[in-house]
Design a protein. Structure first.
Length: 158
C-alpha cells in the first residue's frame, strides 16, 4: 500500500480516524494514536476563539464599567471611612464586577487578551476614583487594592 500524500513510499500505517494510508513522514502522533495531518489538526476550544469584534466589545464595556465602578469606589470611600482591609475587599469587588460584565458582553469568552482588558478596567476605575471631586486620595493601600482587583479580574477571565 502506498502513502496517500507520498505515492512513492510504501507503508503499512493508516490514520486512526479516517483510515487513510500514511507514511512516517506525514504521520502525526496524537494521544489517541497516529493520525494524518487533516485529522490531527488541533483546534482551539470555542470559548478561547476570540475575534476582533469580541475585543472591541470588551474594551467598550470595560471603559463603561470602569467609569461606573470608579465613581462608586470614590463615593463609598468618602461616605464610609474605609480601613485598608475594606478598601482591598472593595478593589477585589471592582475586579469581580468588571470581569463579570465584560464576560457577559463577550458571551463568556476567555483568553489572555480579555484578561488584560479586565485588568486595565480595574486600573481605569481606580483612576476615575482618584479624579472625581469626592474621590480617593492616593495611598499605598489603594495600590494593594488595585493589585487585588487586577488579580481577581485576570484570574476569572483567563
Amino acid at each position: 500500500m502506498k502513502c496517500a500524500t507520498h505515492p512513492g513510499v510504501e507503508t503499512n500505517l493508516r490514520c486512526g480516524k479516517c483510515d487513510k494510508p500514511i507514511c512516517p513522514r506525514c504521520m502525526i502522533q496524537t494521544p489517541v494514536g497516529a493520525r494524518c495531518r487533516e485529522c490531527a489538526r488541533l483546534y482551539k476550544l470555542p470559548t478561547y476563539r476570540v475575534s476582533v469584534s469580541h475585543y472591541l466589545r470588551a474594551a467598550g464595556t470595560a471603559i463603561g464599567i470602569a467609569a461606573v465602578c470608579g465613581m462608586l469606589w470614590g463615593l463609598l470611600d468618602k461616605v464610609v471611612p474605609f480601613f485598608f482591609v475594606l478598601n482591598i475587599v472593595l478593589g477585589a469587588a471592582v475586579g469581580f464586577a468588571c470581569t463579570e460584565i465584560i464576560g457577559l458582553a463577550v458571551n463568556r469568552k476567555r483568553g489572555i487578551g480579555l484578561a488584560v482588558i479586565a485588568g486595565s478596567s480595574v486600573i481605569l476605575s481606580y483612576l476615575v476614583a482618584l479624579l472625581v471631586p469626592w474621590g480617593l486620595h492616593f495611598s499605598l493601600f489603594d495600590l494593594i487594592a488595585v493589585g487585588a482587583g487586577i488579580f481577581v479580574a485576570a484570574s476569572r477571565i483567563r
